[in-house]
Design a protein around this ligand. Structure first.
Ligand code: PGA
Length: 244
């Protein structure tokens, strides 16, 4: 497995259920950027399962990630894709517990923790997502909600060198809204310093990141990288974000 701690910044592209062979060919042909040979920057592309293998064979200077993996290791689970299958096609990372999985597919913290373990068992680094709803933020419950998600979703198999945390406020995802820089710093510092055991974890920020705000977010001391949805589908935007 990789040593996560050696990376200064980690930028992950979450393509969600978007893309096609044609899109991928054009995207990868265009994907050149200034920092491309900087080994301290970790760039991860997370395409839909179906297109992972195609990308694995074309990706240069970037890592491949999954967007989810099965709760189960193998067997009669029609439609599921296991962590070992992801590893088999070249994935070294897997997003688990994305808020879309938690809300649309009712994934629980316990299931997220099992998926993280399945990933680790198969030499894949889980990127475990947490985040509060707008109502929870309004009710001043953000820190309480995040503590519970983190404690229940990240189990003893994880450590700061094999697992990444992504803080993604649900209300910021795909909405064009973001927390203020102070709010992002406050939450990342809260996770690192006030929830016991997560001091040296890498924490990515995600939610409406685009080239217009990516530099200032990445420059925050407590932000170790970004998890980018919509803006990662536009190669021009993505290249601008990568040129920090
Ligand atoms: P967004 O999505 O960048 O489109 O807000 C982020 C995510 O869902 O990971």
């Amino acid at each position: 497995m990789l040593e996560i701690q050696k990376f200064n910044k980690i930028i992950a592209a979450n393509w969600k259920m978007n893309g096609s062979i044609n899109f991928i060919n054009n995207f990868l042909d265009d994907l050149t950027f200034e920092n491309i040979n900087d080994q301290s920057i970790c760039i991860i592309i997370c395409p839909p399962f179906t297109h992972s293998y195609l990308i694995a064979n074309k990706l240069k200077n970037c890592y491949l990630g999954g967007q989810n993996c099965s709760l189960f290791l193998e067997g009669a689970y029609t439609g599921d894709v296991s962590a070992s299958m992801l590893y088999d096609v070249g994935c070294q990372f897997c997003i688990v517990g994305h808020s879309e999985r938690r809300t649309i597919f009712n994934e629980t913290n316990n299931e997220v923790s099992i998926k993280a373990t399945n990933s680790l068992k198969n030499n894949i680094h889980p990127i475990i997502c947490v985040g509060e709803t707008f109502q929870q933020k309004k009710d001043n419950r953000t820190k309480e909600v995040l503590s519970k998600q983190i404690i229940e979703s990240i189990n003893g198999d994880s450590n700061n060198d094999n697992t990444i945390i992504a803080y993604e406020p649900i209300w910021a995802i795909g909405s064009g809204l973001t927390p203020s820089l102070d709010e992002i710093e406050d939450i990342h510092n809260f996770i690192k310093n006030e929830i016991q055991g997560y001091e040296n974890y890498k924490i990515l920020y995600g939610g409406s990141v685009k080239s217009a705000n990516s530099k200032e977010i990445l420059n925050l001391n407590s932000v170790d990288g970004l998890l980018i949805g919509g803006a990662s589908l536009n190669v021009g935007e993505f290249k601008k974000i990568l040129s920090f």
